[in-house]
Design a binder for this molecule. Structure first.
Ligand SMILES: Cc1ncc(COP(=O)(O)O)c(C=O)c1O
Length: 442
């Protein structure tokens, strides 16, 4: 059992002198018991600077879909490295990797390379505005499309419980003027906005599975309903597949649910951990970058990361990858549900393919409102108990599986989860809304 992380604590102290909060993104400051420092990763495991090894369900917050140090990916990058870091000019991998994306995702004709999901969402909106001559966009509450001023709205309630306020200090209130917030799962809330010409809506952005707030799958027919509304009103439908792309199927949620958006935003799993993003979709929309829509970026189409894209897609294209993800995801989720039941803990577990979400204190979670009612304080205690037992997970309840996680790893993890839940029930009591009367709204 791991009891302390003295070297990590020391390095974090030192890092705080040069990095605000000692971290490179504010979100990592929320890691428990404090941000840890790692030495290396191998397959499904990570080793920290204190020499502790963990089964890793953080996976770099999603990208490391092949596990750490996958030989095909490492070799592709290593083969590319001696030939220069970047050209700022054309090279073969730009179109070879784009062809691999086009072949994998239904309905895609063109690919624009970018560097992060936040950037790619931004160019998707610009393209939609140019294509429609309209200005505003619809965003669902609880959905995340990056940290930009444009999109960091309606994601989490502010201190007064309001979703219609800026998402961060320092964001100009004018960002709110461009967004119309809708409710995930409720077609009527979208229809009333899209059918009102005064709303001036260019695009509808959705995470096709609401991964950032509960891993909530779309209700039956919901994505098709969004498609029909966008067709009716001439609105550009954007699937933000930064999490779901290459993860829920080779063709992402687009393939899994059989509904074709106009634009797909990709990042994370696309390159197995190397920094790249893309907007893919219909030629008529993307070719606008040759007709006056500015899309720039010094590092766009970087050869090293595109070698990673090519190797990642090729590796994920092997037979059996996605059925294995389903098996591992289901086994982890079922094991967690059985564990919660065994300890008399009220909690739901959502799972779509290799993405799993623990939702303490509720019987089910189908809406963003229900998600917000979860008992984070109780789950925070579970996170630390898991870490002590060699399992590294994200804050907030989402777990990612990689191709490197075996069913035996999953079983080991479920045993650790069982011990962690038992330990927290002893120290913390049940999650808050295990008192069933404190009913979950939504
Ligand atoms: C659905 C979704 N869109 C966009 C982003 C932003 O991507 P990035 O962090 O690469 O800017 C994220 C990041 O987690 C995401 O989950």
């Amino acid at each position: 059992m791991i009891d302390s992380w003295p070297t990590s604590a020391r390095l974090w102290d030192r890092a705080k002198a040069s990095l605000p909060g000692g971290v490179s993104t504010g979100m990592r400051a929320s890691m428990l018991p404090h941000p840890l420092f790692f030495r290396s990763g191998q397959g499904p495991s990570l080793t920290d600077v204190d020499g502790h090894t963990y089964l890793d369900y953080v996976l770099g917050w999603g990208p490391v879909i092949l596990g750490h140090g996958h030989p095909a990916l490492t070799d592709a990058v290593a083969r590319r490295l001696p030939h220069g870091a970047t050209f700022g000019a054309g090279h073969e991998l730009e179109y070879l990797a784009a062809e691999a994306v086009i072949e994998a995702i239904p309905g895609v004709d063109r690919v624009l390379w970018s560097n992060t999901g936040s950037e790619a969402d931004q160019i998707a909106l610009r393209l939609a505005r140019a294509a429609t001559g309209r200005h505003r966009f619809v965003k669902m509450t609880g959905h995340y499309h990056g940290w930009s001023d444009t999109f960091l709205l309606g994601y989490r309630p502010d201190a007064n419980g309001r979703l219609d306020q800026p998402g961060t200090k320092g964001q100009h209130k004018s960002a709110l003027a461009d967004v119309a917030l809708a409710t995930w799962g409720d077609l009527d809330s979208v229809a009333s906005i899209l059918r009102d010409p005064a709303q001036d809506i260019a695009a509808l952005f959705v995470e096709p599975v609401l991964c950032n707030s509960g891993v909530i799958a779309p209700p039956d027919g919901y994505l098709a309903g969004l498609r029909a509304l966008c067709d009716e009103t001439g609105t550009v439908l954007v699937f933000d597949e930064v999490i779901t792309g290459f993860r829920l199927a080779r063709g992402g949620a687009t393939e899994r649910y059989g509904v074709l958006p106009d634009l797909v935003v990709l990042a994370k799993a696309l390159a197995g951990g190397y920094p790249v993003a893309a907007v893919a979709g219909r030629a008529s929309i993307l070719d606008q970058t040759t007709q006056g829509v500015v899309h720039a970026g010094t590092y766009n189409g970087n050869p090293v990361v595109l070698a990673a894209v090519q190797a990642t897609i090729e590796t994920l294209s092997a037979p059996g990858v996605y059925p294995a993800f389903e098996d591992a995801g289901r086994r982890l989720a079922d094991g967690m549900r059985t564990t919660l039941d065994k300890h008399g803990v009220v909690g739901a577990v959502n799972q779509v393919g290799p993405v799993v979400q623990v939702l303490p204190g509720m019987d089910r979670c189908d809406t963003f409102t229900q998600f917000l009612a979860g008992d984070q304080q109780w789950y925070d205690a579970v996170i630390v108990e898991l870490l002590r037992r060699g399992v590294f997970v994200l804050p907030g309840g989402r777990w990612y599986l990689s191709t490197a996680h075996t069913l035996a790893d999953v079983d080991t993890t479920v045993s650790a989860f069982d011990e962690a839940v038992a330990a927290t029930v002893l120290t913390q009591g049940q999650p808050r809304s295990a008192m069933r009367d404190e009913s979950v709204v939504g």
